[in-house]
Write a protein that binds this ligand. Structure first.
Ligand code: BES
Ligand code: ZN
Ligand code: ZN
Length: 500
């Protein structure tokens, strides 16, 4: 990731390749814009008059070689209606500016974005949003593409400019937070964007084991250890795959010894072909992303350890492929996993996420955490219900869900709750076992959560169905095409707020 710093300084003294100034609705300039105008005479007013630049959101124009200043380029970046500015809009503006400057050949730039006012936000909040926007917006996954000879100009450093030295300390703390959160998110994106032949269960285990912090302990169980532990539901899904499964346990003790940890569980299907209940061909390649829950958990651990947050965290990741080899589990099979008193009838081998999560959730619950949060690309039905703009939220922990909603709005890593009325549980009744792994066409996201709920016990629990948010083949305002890192910003904000 490129270097970002926070500075308090004057616009006309900047010596970088470019400065970025907000242009508000009605073609109004902010304080720095006005100061620049004073230092440079007619250039900016005449430019504004000539150009069809209205200050609409995200649209920009660049002036070159303005007399009276040392900066090569001045980018005027439209903010749209300033009354409607939010921290996320700041994040998006920063991402757009960074991508444009990166392509333009500028190497060192200054962003005068935090001087925009956003209701309820401190200068530090704005610095954090801008820094996240730059780091997340510049992310790309192009390691498998050969670039033939074209000169690559790349942005190298960004200064986020603030008006007053008084805010420097808080802003630098916020910048460090943004760095960790962006690195965690980009780590999750990297893991998920890797194809299934590289990102295998073994690879996920290695990546987890490579996380390093004095308070972090990572255990990666191989197939033998998984058999010994009795994680038989994971083993059942793994039967059709030639690759060994892994069960990854991360134990971070940043908080006080007496505190029960927050448990994070992530679905780690490194490829989901559906198994014997084979998926249709179109877009099946996207099922390499079926480990985005696992990636989110690892991204959170990366950020939490980078910040040495004073919390106790337990991470649990079951990982396998879902394929259809000769020993694959079959529709009609009955399995009993880690939780011995619930038998599961498999009616569709493509509803495998809930099966491996049943082991992970009951394993996590057995460690007696204070609460459990799981992340899973669990149901296509969630993509239909909520699309790409919010993760499905379900579960039993009312306070926990409420806090996640607040963090979702603040970070724009949004969630939307679906109900879990007990009548839905009837849909997963089985005629031959205790429960079956599908609940019919209706309310597929909810019945999947009902299935999970049986393995959690009475620990406060939140389930995040990230099937629609975890990757985006069109890209988003702050994410390139592919994995988005959904869940990482959400959880970091949740964990940081918990401390206060
Ligand atoms: N990984 C899929 C869910 C999924 C589908 C995520 C499309 C994102 C996009 C999951 O394992 C699955 O296949 N679920 C089935 C469940 C069904 C058989 C009850 C589904 O959603 O179709
Ligand atoms: Zn599936
Ligand atoms: Zn799946």
């Amino acid at each position: 990731m490129i270097t970002i710093s926070v500075k308090a300084g004057h616009v006309h003294k900047q010596r970088d390749d470019a400065i970025v100034l907000p242009l508000m609705d009605g073609r109004k300039l902010t304080d720095s814009g006005k100061a620049l105008q004073q230092a440079t005479g007619k250039a900016i007013p005449s430019f504004l008059r000539k150009q069809d630049l209205t200050g609409s959101f995200g649209k920009s124009r660049t002036l070159y070689n303005v007399a009276g200043i040392f900066t090569q380029r001045v980018m005027l970046l439209g903010t749209g209606d300033t009354k409607k500015l939010t921290l996320h809009k700041l994040r998006v503006l920063a991402a757009k500016a960074a991508r444009k400057l990166d392509a333009s050949g500028a190497r060192e730039v200054s962003l005068f974005l935090p001087e925009l006012s956003v209701r309820g936000a401190s200068v530090a909040d704005k610095v954090q949003a801008v820094a996240e926007g730059v780091w997340l917006g510049l992310y790309r996954f192009d390691k498998y593409q050969h670039h033939s000879g074209e000169a690559i100009h790349r942005l190298q450093s960004v200064a986020i400019m603030i008006a007053s030295r008084r805010d420097l300390d808080d802003s630098r703390t916020a910048l460090a937070r943004a760095r960790a959160i962006a690195a965690g998110t980009n780590f999750a994106r990297d893991l998920a964007n890797e194809p299934g032949n590289i990102c295998t269960p073994e690879y996920l285990g290695d990546q987890a084991a490579a996380l390093s912090h004095p308070q972090l302990n990572v255990t990666v169980m191989d197939k033998q250890a998984i058999e010994q532990a009795g994680l038989n539901a994971l083993l059942a899904v793994n039967q059709g795959s030639a690759k060994e499964p892994r069960f990854i346990v991360l134990d971070y003790k940043g908080g006080s010894k007496a505190d029960a940890p927050v448990a994070l569980v992530g679905k780690g299907l490194t490829f989901d072909a559906g198994g014997i209940s084979l998926k249709p061909g179109p877009q099946m390649e996207e099922m390499k992303f079926d480990m985005c829950g696992a990636a989110a958990v690892l991204g959170v651990f990366k950020a939490v350890t980078a910040l040495s947050l004073p919390v106790n965290l337990l991470g649990v990741i079951p990982s396998t492929e879902n394929l259809l080899g000769a020993s694959a589990y079959k529709p009609g099979d009955i399995i009993t996993g880690y939780k011995k008193d619930i038998s599961i009838e498999v009616q569709n081998t493509d509803a495998e996420g809930r099966i491996i999560l049943s082991d992970a959730l009951s394993y996590a619950a057995a460690q007696q955490p204070a609460e459990i949060i799981d992340f899973a690309t669990l149901t296509g039905a969630c993509v239909i219900a909520l699309g790409a703009h919010a993760s499905g939220l379900m579960g039993s922990g009312e306070k926990l869900k409420q806090a996640l909603k607040i963090s979702g709005e603040f970070t724009y890593d949004r969630v939307w709750e679906l109900p879990m009325h007990e009548e839905y549980q009837e849909q997963i009744k089985s005629d031959i076992a205790d429960i079956r792994n599908i609940g019919g066409r209706e309310a597929g996201t909810i019945t999947a959560a009902c299935f999970l709920s049986r393995f959690v016990g009475d620990i406060p629990w939140a389930h995040l169905d990230i099937a629609g948010t975890a990757w985006n083949m069109k890209g988003t305002d702050i994410s390139a095409k592919g994995a988005t890192g959904a869940g990482v910003r959400l959880l970091l904000d949740y964990l940081i707020r918990k401390q206060h």
